[in-house]
Design a protein around this ligand. Structure first.
Ligand code: SF4
Length: 483
C-alpha cells in the first residue's frame, strides 16, 4: 500500500473515487485529470473505460493515476466521447488487477461498465445465491454483484434491470455506469457516499467531489440526490427517483477527513466546516498553551479554527518535506519509521520550552499520535496537549471505508485517561458529536441527518453480511480460493 503521507497511516481510509464524462471529445483525458484530483480517495489502483460509439475500451493498472494515465499511448487507446474512471483502495476484494474498476461485462443488453464508491453490505449473501443459480464471478469485488443482478434480472430494459438490481442491494453506493445507450449516475437512497454533477461546454460530468470538476474547468451544478438516478444520453439528462424516499444520511467523515478541503460537500465548504470544528473544539476543550500546531496536512483547517477561537497563535511546528520518495514508506519496512522523520520534522526553535496544542482530525489506532507527541517532546516542548477534531472513533465502517477491526481502534479499547496515557500527552480531548453537528449547522437529535456510525455505532442500514459473520473474512476466504 502506498501512502503519500506517513502521518496518514493511522487514518480511516476512503475506499474509492469515481469520475464520469459524457459528450466531450477526449473524454478519457478529462477522466484522467478528474481522477488525479481524486487521488486522495484511493491510491492503490486506477482504471478508465471509454466508449467510442461502437466499442468499449478499458485500461486498468495498479498504482497512482500519474504514471499510468499521463501517457499518450494509454489515452489514445481510450477513444470516445464517453468515459468513466475509478481510483481504488480496497476493503472488500483483495488487491488484484481483476478487482480494479471500472468492471466491465457483455450483457444481453450490450456492454456494461461500472465504477462504484461505497460498499454493499449484503454482497456476500447475494453472491452466494447468484453462484447457486449459476453466476460465475470474475472478481472478489462486491461491485460485481450488481453486474450479475442486472444480468439475471427478469426485466427487459437495461434501466429496469439496473433499478431491479439496486433494489436488492443494501449499503452504500455512488455509481457511474456506462452502456451503449449512455451513462447512468446514481446514489443510494441514504446518499452515504458523495457524488456531484457539473458541466463543461455542454458535456455532463460526474465526480465524487467538486475538486475534480474544478481541475477540469467544469462548473459545479449540483449534487446527485440520494436515491436519484441521472440518465445521460450525449449531453441530455433526465432524472428519476425509483426508490422509496428515506431521510438521507451522508457520511459525516467526508467533512472531517475524506474530502479535499477545497471541495464543496452538501453545499458547504469542507475547509470552512473543518475550521468551525476547530472553533467548537476550542470552546469545548480550552487549554492554557503558547502555540496551536496542526498535524500536517489534514489538521490544518481545524487548527486555524482552534487558534482563531482561542486567541492562541497558530504556528507550523511540524514541517513537511515534499521531496521524500514514497519508497520510504512501504508497510512492514524498517525504514518506515525513519520515513516519518524524513518527511516530517519538528520546528525545534519554535517549540523549545513552549506549551503546545496539537490539532489532528482523528485518532484511529493511536500509533501516529504517539509518534507526534514524542516528536514534540524530543524538540523540547514543555507541555503537549492533543485536541482531536472528531469524536472518538469507536466502531468500524461497513460503507466503503477501510477501518481496522474494532479491537484495534484505540477509543474502543481505552477510556479518555487510557488514551491520554497511551499517546503520552499531557491532555487529550475530542470534539463532541454535538459540536461536530454544530459545525455543520445541524443538530444530531433523534433523527441524525448524517451517518456517524463510526462514532456512535448507529448504522443507518442493516449489515447483513457482517451480522452473519465477518464480511472481510468471507472475502479473504474467497480470495484464497480464486487466487
Ligand atoms: S461509519 Fe458512516 S460516518 Fe463513519 S466513515 Fe463509515 S460512512 Fe462515514
Amino acid at each position: 500500500m502506498l501512502t503519500t503521507n506517513p502521518f496518514d497511516d493511522d487514518k480511516l481510509r476512503e475506499e474509492c473515487g469515481i469520475f464520469g464524462v459524457s459528450g466531450a471529445s477526449g473524454a478519457a483525458a478529462l477522466t484522467a485529470l478528474g481522477l488525479h484530483a481524486l487521488q486522495h480517495r484511493g491510491q492503490e489502483a486506477a482504471g478508465i473505460t471509454s466508449f467510442d460509439g461502437t466499442l468499449f475500451h478499458t485500461h486498468r493498472a495498479m498504482g497512482h493515476v500519474a504514471g499510468n494515465f499521463d501517457r499518450d499511448d494509454v489515452i489514445r487507446g481510450l477513444p470516445g466521447e464517453v468515459a468513466c474512471g475509478h481510483v481504488r483502495y480496497s476493503t472488500t476484494g483483495e488487491t488484484a488487477l481483476r478487482n480494479v474498476q471500472p468492471l466491465y461485462a457483455d450483457l444481453s443488453t450490450g456492454g456494461f461498465a461500472i465504477a462504484h464508491n461505497g460498499n454493499i453490505s449484503n454482497a456476500m449473501k447475494l453472491r452466494r445465491e447468484l453462484v447457486r443459480r449459476g453466476s460465475i464471478f470474475q472478481s472478489t469485488s462486491d461491485t460485481e454483484t450488481i453486474i450479475h443482478l442486472v444480468a439475471t434480472s427478469n426485466y427487459r430494459t437495461l434501466l429496469d434491470r439496473f433499478i431491479d438490481a439496486l433494489k436488492q442491494v443494501e449499503g452504500a453506493y455512488s455509481l457511474i455506469v456506462m452502456t451503449p445507450e449512455g451513462m447512468i449516475a446514481c446514489r443510494d437512497p441514504l446518499g452515504i457516499r458523495p457524488l456531484v454533477m457539473g458541466r463543461l461546454d455542454g458535456a455532463v460530468i460526474f465526480a465524487s467531489e467538486t475538486v475534480a470538476l474544478d481541475v477540469c474547468g467544469a462548473t459545479f451544478e449540483r449534487a446527485v440526490e440520494p436515491g436519484e438516478l441521472v440518465i445521460v444520453q450525449g449531453t441530455e439528462i433526465r432524472s428519476i427517483h425509483p426508490f422509496q424516499a428515506v431521510d438521507a444520511r451522508p457520511c459525516i467523515f467526508e467533512w472531517v477527513y475524506f474530502s479535499r478541503p477545497d471541495s464543496i460537500a452538501g453545499d458547504q465548504s469542507v475547509y470552512s466546516v473543518r475550521k468551525e470544528i476547530g472553533a467548537q473544539l476550542a470552546l469545548e476543550a480550552p487549554v492554557d498553551a503558547d502555540l496551536v500546531i496542526p498535524v500536517p496536512d489534514s489538521g490544518v483547517p481545524a487548527a486555524i479554527g482552534y487558534a482563531q477561537a482561542s486567541g492562541i497563535p497558530f504556528e507550523l511546528g511540524i514541517i513537511r518535506s515534499h521531496y521524500v520518495g514514497r519508497t520510504f514508506i512501504q508497510p512492514g519496512d524498517k525504514v518506515r519509521h525513519l520515513g516519518v522523520k524524513l518527511k516530517h520534522n519538528a520546528n525545534r526553535a519554535l517549540i523549545r520550552g513552549k506549551k503546545v496544542v496539537l490539532i489532528d482530525d482523528s485518532i484511529v489506532r493511536g500509533t501516529t499520535s504517539l509518534k507526534i507527541v514524542q516528536m514534540m517532546r524530543e524538540a523540547g516542548a514543555a507541555e503537549v496537549h492533543m485536541r482531536i477534531a472528531s469524536p472518538p472513533t469507536r466502531h468500524s465502517c461497513f460503507y466503503g471505508v477501510d477501518t481496522p477491526e474494532r479491537a484495534k481502534l484505540l477509543a474502543a479499547k481505552l477510556d479518555l485517561g487510557g488514551m491520554t496515557d497511551f499517546i503520552h500527552a499531557d491532555s487529550l480531548s475530542f470534539v463532541s458529536i454535538e459540536g461536530l453537528y454544530k459545525a455543520l449547522n445541524a443538530a444530531r437529535g433523534d433523527k441524525p441527518s448524517y451517518c456517524d456510525a463510526c462514532f456512535t455505532g448507529d448504522y443507518p442500514t442493516t449489515l447483513t453480511d457482517h451480522d452473519e459473520s465477518s464480511t472481510v473474512d468471507q472475502f479473504a476466504m474467497l480470495a484464497e480460493r480464486v487466487a
